[in-house]
Design a binder for this molecule. Structure first.
Ligand code: ADP
Ligand code: ASP
Ligand code: MG
Length: 453
């Protein structure tokens, strides 16, 4: 069997839904399980509505209306007036009345907990998977909608829950395997799951990719296909550098680094379940289905010694702690890390000197608390609105002259921090957010575009 995951743009309109049904039809003999995202832009809207409600701004009513109109329009285009359209509109009404109750509750309490936000932000996938399943069934495919929350079990880390693999696998065997055995195509929403007690959770933004790889691993799939809106994993985000080129083969390690350092085309956790089971991941373009795409596998090689791609991630904070007397004393660095640990704040890059230590933080929600604690250890400075830019490629880091090439290309950019040598697949540095695109363009030109600038 295989897993086919379709992202927001690949299900965003009636025409795209029809394309999805065609892609699934082509692969019927391979026993696909289909995972779909919310229609493009819907998750953002759901979250915006929640923030409005939290601020006691009644404009969330408009958000509900917009979501309803968008889904009704898609249903109207896909199905003539009749029982299927009525059933789907009925489901939309039910989910949106639940949404109204949640928004009203958040509004009256002026409080939005991570648990409530998960119940709200997952509604896009609850709306889309039934429409996708009905489209396939209407076009003669043996599709059946399955609520992902009955299959995918996670811990209780609302907002970025992690799967409980054993339980998920048992449920996949109990509910999906028999469907596959009968030639049925199960259709599930990505991103959403539930705890053992049945409380709704989400896998974090962009998490539908992860849902696909979790299901793929649980069912020992032969391949996990990620259908998106670009021709594959590319040398850089094509929205930033139109000259970006498709990478036909990428190793698991490279793909994981690229995703982790900002290549949004894959959720960073997608690779892990696939690696553990040795399942190839393919990134394919639903708008250009005949393109070969990118194949991500353990043994993609022939690429060592070259820069392969550039990624960047904005919204980074840099924390700088200096303590001339103490830094290299025993236990100082440990105490710095304990402060981050206690507030469950992950650190990405680290650089040290004799008297100071600099770290980057992606999720700054608990940074003020960390900062207060660090202030007892030394002088603390925090730089916000920074970006990490990463050059990724196996074995290339050790090449002589590489650093010179990178920093020569970046001579007009102010580099705040460098992390070099910790990994042989990735060289990362920090620049101000406003300079990130420029740095990315300069590096892409240096490494991937031929001829003089
Ligand atoms: P989906 O809705 O299908 O999950 P996403 O918007 O999450 O799609 O991811 C696809 C987008 O990722 C592309 O449109 C592209 O702009 C962006 N992207 C960022 N880095 C890369 C990269 N290295 N290769 C390809 N796409 C990238
Ligand atoms: N719909 C979710 C999001 O926008 C999950 C996904 O698309 O992967 O984050
Ligand atoms: Mg995505």
């Amino acid at each position: 069997m295989i897993v086919m995951k379709f992202g927001g743009t690949s299900v965003g309109t009636a025409k795209r839904m029809e394309g999805l049904a065609e892609r699934v039809r082509e692969r019927l003999p391979r026993q696909p399980v289909v995972v779909v995202s919310a229609l493009s832009g819907i998750t953002d809207r759901l979250i915006r509505g929640a923030r409005l409600a939290e601020a006691q701004d009644g404009a969330w009513e408009t958000v509900i209306r917009e979501i309803q109109e968008r889904h009704h329009a898609v249903i109207g285009e896909l199905f003539p007036a009749g029982p299927v359209a009525d059933r789907l509109r009925g489901q939309v009404a039910l989910i949106l009345s639940e949404l109204r109750t949640f928004y009203a509750g958040v509004h009256s309490l002026a409080e939005l907990t991570p648990r409530t936000l998960d119940a709200i932000s997952g509604m896009g996938e609850r709306l889309s998977f039934e429409i996708a399943a009905a489209t396939m069934a209407d076009r003669g495919l043996p599709a059946q909608a399955v609520d992902a929350r009955t299959v995918l079990v996670t811990d209780e880390t609302f907002g970025r829950a992690a799967p409980l693999m054993e339980e998920t696998q048992a449920r996949c065997e109990a509910s999906l395997r028999p469907l596959l055995g009968r030639g049925v195509v199960p259709v599930l929403g990505g991103f959403i799951a539930s705890t053992r007690k049945g409380v709704s959770t989400t896998l974090g933004r962009g998490g539908s990719d992860w849902s696909a790889s979790i299901l793929g691993a649980a069912l020992s799939a032969q391949a996990i296909e990620i259908w998106t809106d670009v021709d594959g994993m590319m040398t850089v985000d094509p929205r930033v550098v139109p000259a970006a080129r498709v990478l036909s083969e990428v190793s698991f390690t490279e793909a994981a680094e690229l995703a982790y350092f900002g290549a949004k085309v894959l959720h960073p956790a997608t690779i892990k379940p696939a690696v553990e089971k040795g399942i190839p991941v393919l990134v394919l373009n639903s708008l250009n289905p005949s393109a070969p795409g990118t194949r991500i596998t353990a043994d993609a090689d022939g690429t060592a010694g070259e820069a392969r791609a550039i990624a960047f991630k904005k919204g980074i904070s840099v924390v700088h702690i200096s303590q001339p007397r103490m830094l290299m004393a025993y236990g100082f660095v440990a105490r710095v890390f304990e402060a981050f640990d206690r507030h469950r704040t992950a650190v990405d890059l680290i650089a040290t000197s004799e008297v100071s230590i600099s770290l980057t933080v992606d999720d700054a929600a608990r940074l003020p608390a960390v900062q207060a604690e660090l202030a007892t250890l030394g002088e603390v400075k925090v730089l916000q609105e920074m970006a990490i830019v990463s050059v990724v490629g196996r074995g290339f880091i050790r090449r002589p002259g590489l650093a010179a090439r990178i920093f020569q290309a970046l001579r007009e950019v102010n580099v705040v921090m460098i992390s070099f040598g910790a990994s042989d697949v990735n060289l990362s540095f920090v620049v101000a957010e406003a300079e990130a695109e420029k740095a990315v363009r300069l590096l892409h030109r240096e490494f991937f575009e031929e001829g003089p600038p």
